[in-house]
Write a protein of this length. Structure first.
Length: 468
């Protein structure tokens, strides 16, 4: 319950939470028997869903959940938003082609004009667009080809904690060793990793402005020192906020410094906006807060209005690759383009980025209120409605910055207690210790408050079970 002073009343009670007993349905049993061992989400979120509307989903047993995963952030307008459904129906009712490869259509042209209109004014008249295969990882592959072709160089600089997709080229850019280790040398794809500005666990043991200065100095020295052993790269790829890496927002001065360094060295800067794009962080694109202009932007997830679509938008100066250099059968998904245009119009017409910013501040305030009571909430961070809480173990020895070790086991317990109470959340980050909040951007104040109460009650329950 939200008190008059804005604090959360928990007192170990569930305050009306449903406390579902999650039992496996026949659908889940068959999924376990028949689907690949590589399946991911069902292991932590064992649900079989049958309905979705707005921020809610309902499973086959009739239980209702607030969806704070939202298609890994793709459903910015939630499930089955009317403007999205209407846009799809118009395509279907008028016998419009559903798949056109890269041939032009009025729907495709409208999508491009709508997307370009969202870019900063200084960019929109100097860019090209490449439609890619339906997933973000394919757009990452396209970006690698683009900058390697344009520069004639091969090495790429990526960052610790990075996530850019699961194809082999994209995996070579990934910080997480888990999916990479079984593939061995096949992923030795000329990638050099750099420290990301992870303030809570600064790789230089400094944090704050000192950590940012040290980080930028390291990168600049790497690129200018003739004895660094690192060749001039074809490009640098970065997330303005690392998502899978643990919801780590890059300091804005650091982003500006990275742009200055890459520009001075003649290195294309690729910004991955797959999860952050389309208003999630409080601005249309996350890089806008820093006032920088990247050379290439990778987009997917929200741009298809809940349907598969991915594009690469880049400076026309890089447009030197040959016809057919990147292709894919399903890059002409007309339903996704129509839905994407509908989403863009709604985001602008209803100023959804500002709403996401306000709701994000409201949720963050609730989480920080809990943090003052529970030291297990080591760090609350993020921007807009892309927030993360890093869970720690205060019974262990802190690091050089005074922060306790991460606690992935507690995060898993909290996630399961949230699920019992009707809240779907995902974990991420180092040791899967970060609880991630990615609700649809249309979430209301009342729903934000409810999310915070459920999370608080789940935390109390998880801590009680840990103590038993």
């Amino acid at each position: 319950m939200l008190m008059n002073d804005g604090s959360l009343a928990l007192a170990g009670a569930d305050n009306g939470d449903p406390l579902y007993v999650i039992e496996e349905s026949p659908l889940l049993e068959r999924q376990k028997e028949q689907e690949s061992n590589a399946r991911s989400y069902p292991r932590r979120i064992p649900l079989a869903l049958k309905k979705g509307k707005g921020v809610y989903v309902e499973d086959v047993e009739g239980r209702t959940y607030i969806d704070c995963l939202a298609g890994a952030g793709a459903l910015v307008l939630g499930h089955n938003h009317p403007v999205v459904i209407d846009a799809m129906r118009r395509v279907l009712d008028n016998d419009l082609p559903l798949l056109t490869l890269d041939l032009s259509t009025p729907i495709k042209d409208q999508f491009v004009q709508d997307l370009f209109s969202l870019l900063p004014e200084s960019m929109r008249h100097q860019v090209k667009i490449q439609f890619c295969g339906p997933s973000g990882t394919d757009a990452t592959e396209a970006a690698l080809k683009l900058v390697r072709t344009a520069t004639g160089r091969s090495m790429i600089l990526s960052f610790h904690g990075a996530y850019h997709g699961m194809s082999q080229g994209a995996l070579s850019l990934m910080g997480n060793l888990g999916p990479k280790t079984p593939l061995g040398a096949i992923l030795n794809n000329n990638v050099q990793f750099l420290p990301y500005p992870y303030d809570f666990r600064c790789p230089f043991g400094l944090g704050g402005e000192q950590g940012i200065r040290a980080n930028l100095n390291y990168i600049e020295n790497l690129l200018t020192d003739p004895e660094s052993g690192v060749q001039l790269p074809a490009g640098v790829i970065v997330e303005a906020i690392q998502g899978e890496g643990g919801v780590i927002p890059a300091d804005l001065d650091w982003l500006r410094g990275l742009r200055r360094i890459t520009e001075a060295a003649g290195i294309p800067l690729i910004v991955d906006e797959i999860q952050t794009g389309f208003g999630r962080t409080g601005t249309m694109f996350a890089f806008e807060r820093a006032g920088i202009m990247p050379d290439a932007i990778i987009l997917s997830k929200a741009i298809g209005g809940s349907l598969p679509l991915a594009v690469l938008v880049y400076s026309d100066q890089l447009d030197t690759w040959r016809p057919g250099a990147h292709a894919g059968t399903f890059r002409g998904n007309q339903l996704a383009m129509a839905a994407g245009s509908a989403v863009m119009a709604y985001l602008i017409g209803h100023d959804i980025p500002s709403h996401a910013s306000a709701m994000g501040m409201r949720l963050r305030s609730h989480l920080q209120e809990l943090q003052r009571t529970y030291p297990q909430l080591g760090d609350v961070r993020g921007r807009g409605l892309m927030l993360g809480v890093e869970l720690v173990d205060p019974d262990q020895i802190p690091n050089v910055q005074g922060h306790y070790p991460s606690d992935g086991r507690l995060a898993a317990r909290v996630q399961q207690e949230c699920l019992k109470r009707g809240l779907i959340l995902e974990t991420g980050g180092r040791h899967s210790s970060v609880i991630r909040f990615l609700p649809p951007l249309i979430v209301s104040e009342e729903e934000i408050d409810r999310i915070a109460v459920i999370f608080g009650n789940a935390l109390v329950a998880a801590l009680q079970k840990k103590a038993e």
